[in-house]
Structures are given as C-alpha cells and as structure tokens.
Design a binder for this molecule. Structure first.
Ligand SMILES: [Zn+2]
Length: 215
C-alpha cells in the first residue's frame, strides 16, 4: 500500500464520511469524555473501534507492541503517561488490556534470538518474559501442549501480567482503592473475531458474550 491509497481514503473521509457525522465531530471538537482506556498491541490487524463498535470519543487508546504496561516506576514514558492522563484527568471507569492471537511480540518472547540486534525491542520484550516463565512453571500445564497452545497460554498470561503491572501505577491504585475503576483482560482471536476475557475467580479466560464483564 502506498501513501496514495491513504490519501484517497482521507479524501473519501472528508467528502463522504465526515458530512454524515458532522454533529458528532463538531461536538468532539469541544472536548472528550471517553469511558474506557483500551491498551492493545500496535499490530495492524487490530482495530479497537471496529472490534468494539465504538465511535470517535468513546475510547482512549494506547497502542504499544505486546500490549505491555511497564510496572511503575519502571520505564516512565508514553504508556505510563497515557495511563496517568486517562485515569487521573479523563476519569475513565474501565481499562481493557487486549492481547491477540498470532502476536509477533509474543512469538519473540518465545524465540528472542532473531530479535537480539534490536535492542529497544529486546528490552521491551523483557516485560513479557515473566508471562513465559509463569506458563512454564504452571503445575496444571498440560503435558502435551502444541506450539500454538503454548503461544496462546503465554499471550493470556501476558495480559494477566500487564493487569498486575497496571495496579502498580499510583493513579490506578488510588482509583481501585476508591472502587470506581475496573480492569479487564482480553484476548482477541484475529481469525475468529472472538474475544475471551480473564475471569479472576476461575483464573482462566472465558469466551466473552457480553460487552464487558467485570474481572
Ligand atoms: Zn501483537
């Protein structure tokens, strides 16, 4: 895809899409009040708004490879600042950490050697290594586990790991203490369009039937 295709899309947006939603965009121009922070992988195959059928203004979105949230005060940067702003200023009431199938980052966690020359990527992947370790040391892990099943198990555990890291951020911890913030862990199956959500009581991911279930 060349930039020409992107420019044609922009032109179509301005001529066709924008006029249909002019009221919404003009209202949004005055301010935003998103209800949720959606943290997901930068993977091009994920479209959070299409997946959740939300409109501009509904989701505050943080895209970062591996949907990784460094624990506070580690790696203060874009992800931490986005969380603090969403929770402390915008007052979102839900945070969704959404991993996905066939994630290149999770594959890199399982097989880091080819990525070693990429020092920033390698350092970032270290935040997901505890997920791999947790799966390897899980006593209930099936003896026979295919590579795909192992990848999915690490992807799920990584989401749980990042939910734990989220709780270390003071702005998140304070709102959780107040009881007006909910955390959700999802894994999106790209090929099936299905989403499973982490159920803390069962310590397992279960197919999501309703828009958002409480962790
Ligand atoms: Zn990914």
């Amino acid at each position: 895809m060349s930039v020409d295709r992107i420019l044609k899309g922009l032109s179509r947006f301005q001529k066709t899409v924008y006029p249909q939603h002019r009221d919404l965009f003009q209202k949004l121009a005055l301010g935003q009040r998103p209800e949720a922070l959606f943290i997901t992988c930068a993977d091009s195959r994920i479209d959070p708004c299409m997946l959740t059928q939300t409109k501009p203004g509904d989701l505050f979105i943080s895209r970062v490879i591996g949907n990784i949230v460094p624990p506070y005060p580690d790696a203060i940067g874009g992800v931490s600042a986005t969380i603090e702003y969403a929770v402390g200023v915008l007052g979102v009431v839900d945070i969704i950490v959404c991993g996905h199938t066939d994630c290149g980052v999770m594959k890199g966690v399982l097989n880091p050697e080819p990525l070693e020359p990429l020092t920033s990527v390698t350092a970032w992947l270290n935040y997901a290594q505890p997920a791999r370790q947790a799966v390897l040391h899980n006593k209930t892990r099936p003896q026979e586990q295919s590579e795909l099943e192992f990848l999915l198990a690490v992807t799920e555990r990584n989401v749980i790991q990042q939910l734990g890291n989220l709780r270390t951020h003071p702005s998140v911890a304070a709102r959780l203490e107040q009881g007006d913030l909910r955390l959700h862990g999802w894994v999106y199956d790209l090929g099936e369009g299905a989403v499973s959500a982490y159920n803390a009581g069962r310590d397992a991911f279960v197919a999501l039937q309703t828009p958002v279930t409480r962790v």
